[in-house]
Design a protein around this ligand. Structure first.
Ligand code: GTP
Length: 170
């Protein structure tokens, strides 16, 4: 039969890496060159069907500014999936992403699906974080990995469908 899965998902990552833009691309098919910085967190829902399952995503798009860091546990607690986003044009954002991964690992939630996402893949000329570097770090830490662009939509649906497929398997 068709099973319905309600799943909480959280996006974490440095400010300006494109968390809101990825969600808006996925949920509304939109992209804004001047996306405003998120305050606190924003909430979205989206329904996806994969194989035998319908996944109802509750998506928490957290604010990347450091002053909101202490709020993050409220959003990743109880989450089935976490997407840690960095910007491929910013080595600092990659360092920050690794810190988010460490923080998630400290929660000891073996069933949490964690994706590492290198966003802004359209800005190849400004790249500071190599694809292989992201891929290697993900592999060493048991994370799924994708490079995306919220601007061109590269791998954005793939990201959410990959997560939906993993949730459907549980
Ligand atoms: P905070 O809310 O501050 O945590 O930021 P955020 O991670 O939600 O980033 P946001 O989506 O607000 O995007 C920041 C800026 O990067 C915006 O000006 C976006 O237009 C731009 N941006 C986001 N994704 C991409 C992308 O894939 N490519 C390019 N070129 N720009 C992007």
């Amino acid at each position: 039969g068709n099973k319905i899965i309600q799943a909480k998902m959280v996006l974490l990552g440095d400010m300006g890496t494109g968390k809101t833009s990825l969600v808006l691309r996925f949920v509304k098919g939109q992209f804004h060159d001047y996306q405003e910085s998120t305050i606190g967190a924003a909430f979205f829902t989206q329904v996806l069907s994969v194989n035998e399952a319908t996944i109802k995503f509750d998506i928490w798009d957290t604010a990347g500014q450091e002053r909101y860091h202490s709020l993050a546990p409220m959003y990743y607690r109880g989450a089935a999936a976490a997407v840690v986003v960095y910007d491929i044009t910013s080595m600092d954002s990659f360092v920050r992403a690794k810190n988010w991964v460490l923080e998630l690992q400290r929660q000891e939630k073996p069933n949490l699906i964690v994706f590492l996402v290198g966003n802004k893949a359209d800005l190849e000329g400004k790249r500071q974080v190599g694809s292989q570097e992201g891929e290697d770090y993900a592999q060493e830490n048991g994370l799924a990995f994708l490079e995306t662009s919220a601007k061109t939509a590269q791998n954005v649906n793939e990201l959410f469908y990959d997560i939906a497929n993993q949730l459907a398997k549980i």
